[in-house]
Design a protein around this ligand. Sequence first.
Ligand code: AHM
Ligand code: MG
Length: 340
Amino acid sequence: MEAGSTKQITVVEHLLLHQKKSPAATGKFTQLLYDLILAAKLITRSVNKAGLLDVLGGTGEVNVQGENVQKLDEYANQVLIHRLERSGALCLMASEENPEPISIPSHLPKGDYILVFDPLDGSSNIDVNINVGTIFSIMRRKSASTSEVNPNELLQPGYQQVAAGYFLYGPSTMMVYSTGQGVHGFTLDPSVGEFLLSHPNMTIPNSGAIYSVNEGNHAYWDAPTRRIVESFKAHDNPQKKPYSTRYVGSLVADFHRTLQYGGVFMYPLDHKNPEAPRGKLRLLCEASPLAFLAEQAGGAASSGTGRILEIVPEKLHQRVPLYIGAKADVAFAEAQLRQG
Ligand code: AHM
Ligand code: MG
């Protein structure tokens, strides 16, 4: 049996070796990353045994988003809260599953970072053994560390993120993240329990001819959105040829493919409720961290009318339309929407 490379490096080694100049590379940040990784390993263990343990199906509860809570959603959320509130790096957290920001209990040590996460994105796919993921966004508090943190401090525009990334629970578990110095991917080697660098300096290729959207929502789209999708199926698009469609319905998986193969993922504005047209995806825990990665990988992310990273959030669970992927494809969609 082949021994394998002797020069593999872990996430924390990579952070310390290659990102010395990063303001994020402090002891507290390293601890935060370490605890996130530990939580992801625990989640991996349960996801991998999902058909065997009694963790499939719903809890019978509906979350703040009006969606059915899956047992694994709840488990992943609890694991992340338990691990991260002990990291000593955070003063505040927020989860897609909790209606309000989560404060750090007074008896635990605190730091200056704020963490927002989607514990198990794409969880409607769990019961059919399709990829799910955890998305995270890390920012720094603006107020002095000596004062009590105001929960509204997490309403920061995405360009202020210190780091962002995701764990993808797929055929292998991967961690992809950025501290603002490129995007790097690590694969969990289950035999040693470490995430090892497998995808350094990831960049979104400009040559991808893939569009990714839930086309079942066609009836709820406006004319410009329909025109964008029709153009991707024809020749009047950036690649000048019909694109392929790929849609998993798990944002992390769809984004991970887009990051490597190019093209565009979109979740446009829909008019399911004609009184209040809206995008589905959450700005703070889904769109913004992935937009940070997309830009770091040389791509783009837009709400259709502007850069995702410049949106100043008004509330924790704000939703936003999302066009994310190769620059030319995102710009093409924006141009169509501008034309009306
Ligand atoms: P979730 O966080 O409740 O799982 O919802 C978000 C998911 C994304 O992973 C995915 O891109 C999208 O919802 C799919 O939505 P739809 O089923 O409407 O296509
Ligand atoms: Mg989600």
